[in-house]
Design a protein around this ligand. Structure first.
Ligand SMILES: [Zn+2]
Length: 52
């Protein structure tokens, strides 16, 4: 499972992880729960921890 981050007024990025937890690159999805949705799309985040 991956998780999509959709910040207001910005491009959405798919991270490794899932809603309710922390992404591979260290974002806490609980900070702004409405910005995050679980997805099966492939990871587009280029930061360490998500990318590899
Ligand atoms: Zn990431």
């Amino acid at each position: 499972m991956n998780v999509r981050h959709t910040p207001p007024n910005d491009e959405s990025i798919v991270h490794k992880g899932q809603k309710g937890g922390t992404t591979g690159c260290g974002f806490d999805t609980r900070d702004n729960p409405s910005h995050w949705t679980n997805t099966h799309d492939k990871v587009t985040c280029k930061k360490n921890g998500c990318k590899n």
